[in-house]
Write a protein that binds this ligand. Structure first.
Ligand code: FES
Length: 135
């Protein structure tokens, strides 16, 4: 004993969608599409210049550090989670210290040796950039 899909649906005690009155409800602009675009951008946000100096930090053997890649952390040179809302698509660079030592970390976010300072902030392009703006 079987019945077709049409018979099944027509036997339900609900009106078909075409018989419903228009409730006047419209989906919000963008809906899920704009939400997804916000949290999963096609291109990640750009890093911004946090500072134009290096910051010396002491690394402790075995401890994991998260260097801020986006430049929006208020705890430079480390991540404070600001990238989550302010720079979707970017995430911190994690590293585990192999030995206890002092190092200079980059804060202009243009270093060629992240997370370490390499003198890039002395370049004219970085020096002319506004703090908080991308290069
Ligand atoms: S706040 Fe910049 S990477 Fe997390």
């Amino acid at each position: 004993v079987g019945f077709s899909r049409q018979e099944y649906w027509s036997g339900l005690p609900f009106p078909s969608p075409g018989d419903l009155s228009n409730p006047g409800i419209k989906p919000r602009d963008g809906g899920i599409t704009s939400w997804l675009a916000r949290w999963l951008p096609k291109t990640p946000a750009k890093s911004v210049v946090a500072l134009k100096t290096s910051i010396k930090v002491e690394l402790v053997t075995g401890k994991t550090y998260k260097w801020c890649v986006c430049g929006r952390s208020k705890k430079q040179a480390f991540c404070n989670g600001s990238h989550f809302f302010k720079s979707p698509g970017l995430s911190p660079l994690k590293s585990k210290a192999q030995e206890t030592c002092m190092v200079a970390h980059c804060t202009c976010k243009a270093t060629q040796k992240p997370p370490y300072y390499d003198g890039t902030h002395k370049r004219e392009q970085v020096q002319k950039a506004e703090l908080g703006s991308p290069l």
